[in-house]
Design a protein around this ligand. Structure first.
Ligand code: SF4
Ligand code: SF4
Length: 160
């Protein structure tokens, strides 16, 4: 399915998602990088020793969720837009999801936008909480969105 559509299966998503126990401790990165490609900026960007050193440049990244602080450095450095950070402790009803966002214009903080799934289909309205972009560094902007908790594994992008 991934090869034909670019969309991972539920099983693939479950394999890379942290445990409920880890999610309950605060923000953590989820790396949805499913294909062996010559790439490793996620490893070089992480200064928390959370991503295992690559033995071969084509290896899939391996993350130790217990070492990850959810800082998001790897999000902005991943050319594949394959990483997001989920904070399941954001509020009683919502999780905060930090995602890479390369479209323009960037949304505004406080804006309500359309939360989309991995197929680009509408899931629910979500609120933009923070927009982080650097005018001086060539890095991918990071947008934080508040998503109803029941959709934290489903919403992966947004549209306006
Ligand atoms: S979010 Fe921060 S600590 Fe976690 S893997 Fe990415 S760079 Fe490392
Ligand atoms: S930087 Fe992104 S695309 Fe490259 S190996 Fe890491 S997760 Fe995959």
């Amino acid at each position: 399915m991934l090869e034909r559509t670019g969309v991972p299966t539920i099983e693939q998503i479950e394999q890379v998602f942290p445990s409920g126990e880890r999610l309950a401790k605060g923000p953590v990165a989820i790396i949805e990088c499913y294909q062996n490609i010559p790439c490793n900026p996620c490893y070089t960007a992480c200064n928390r020793n959370a991503i295992k050193e690559f033995e071969d440049i084509n290896d899939l990244p391996e993350i130790n969720h217990d070492n990850c602080t959810g800082c998001g450095l790897c999000i902005a450095n991943c050319p594949g837009l394959a990483i997001m950070v989920v904070d399941a402790t954001y509020s009683k009803d919502e999780a905060l999801i930090k995602i890479p966002y390369e479209f323009i214009p960037l949304p505004k903080e406080g804006q309500i936008v359309k939360g989309l799934d991995r197929k680009g289909q509408y899931v629910c309205d979500v609120k933009v909480v923070k927009v982080l972009s650097s005018k001086t560094l060539d890095r991918t902007p990071i947008v934080s969105i508040a998503v109803p908790r029941e959709y934290m594994k489903v919403v992966r992008n947004f549209g306006m």
